[in-house]
Ligand binder design. Structure first.
Ligand code: CA
Length: 256
């Protein structure tokens, strides 16, 4: 069955970490049909080993692994120390644990999306593509408006925060920060209109690019992680503020 033509193909490598052989092979088949290169691992140790040798562009990670808990694998992948996958590698979590607590835990790890078993492989592929599309629009590619790479630079709060849309790069107080695709998406959405309050629902749908029946706390987890990276004191944030009953807003003005 062909499914619909998914448009442009993304050249990327996905690491599938899943201990159930049948499911692993099913995922491989679907992802490869989409033109993606697939590496696969049946255990956490194997996954970390592969990621260190051949850093993937995205990891589909089952939380219930036989050796190392998936949560720990995610943390390790993100630690990205000795030539590992790197702190920004997008992670899509796959799990049989359906209750909300577990979902939230997964997202606190900074996962970019979350799929609960049983799931439709086609839907999973769409989510993988959505995440890759966000994370792969990196420097080398031509700028959206044909401007030079610098044309997309925006400065906020007298230079405290600089966002480079073209490069998907954030500088905070002069230093580059590593953001996951979701964190970048939230920050860049907020910065598109400083001061405007964005609801959690708006942010999720803007970031993911499709309707997402998610949980409010999903956004909160990502914002928490984002603050840890960009705020001088994450406990009393000055850049990304919570608006009670509303959502979030960027509290610094755009510099002229
Ligand atoms: Ca499993």
């Amino acid at each position: 069955m062909g499914g619909d033509e998914g448009g442009d193909e993304l050249a990327a490598t996905v690491l599938v970490v899943e201990d159930e052989l049948k499911l692993r092979e099913l995922l491989r088949a679907y992802l490869e049909r989409d033109g993606l290169a697939v590496l696969s691992a049946g255990t956490g140790a194997e996954a970390l080993d592969i990621a260190a040798k051949a850093p993937p562009d995205l990891v589909v990670l089952d939380l219930g692994l036989p050796d190392i808990p998936g949560e720990e694998v995610a943390r390790e992948l993100r630690r990205g120390g000795s030539g590992g996958a790197g702190r920004n590698v997008p992670i899509l979590i796959l799990t049989a644990k359906a209750d909300e607590e577990d979902r939230v835990k997964g997202l606190e790890l900074g996962a970019d999306d979350y799929v609960t078993k049983p799931f439709s492989p086609r839907e999973l592929v769409l989510r993988v593509q959505a995440i890759l599309r966000r994370s792969l629009s990196q420097p080398g590619q031509t700028g959206r408006r044909g401007e030079g790479e610098r044309g997309d630079r925006m400065s906020f709060g007298e230079g405290e925060l600089i966002l480079d849309e073209g490069r998907r790069e954030a500088l905070v107080r002069g230093a580059p920060v590593d953001l996951t695709p979701t964190e970048w998406g939230i920050l860049s959405a907020l910065a598109s209109r400083p001061g405007r309050v964005y609801s959690r629902y708006e942010l999720l749908n803007r970031v993911r690019g499709y309707e997402y029946a998610g949980y409010d706390r999903t956004v909160d987890s990502h914002v928490k992680n984002l603050r840890r990276k960009i705020e001088a004191d994450p406990r009393s944030p000055r850049l990304v503020l919570t608006v009670l009953g509303g959502g979030y807003r960027l509290a610094v003005r755009r510099d002229v």
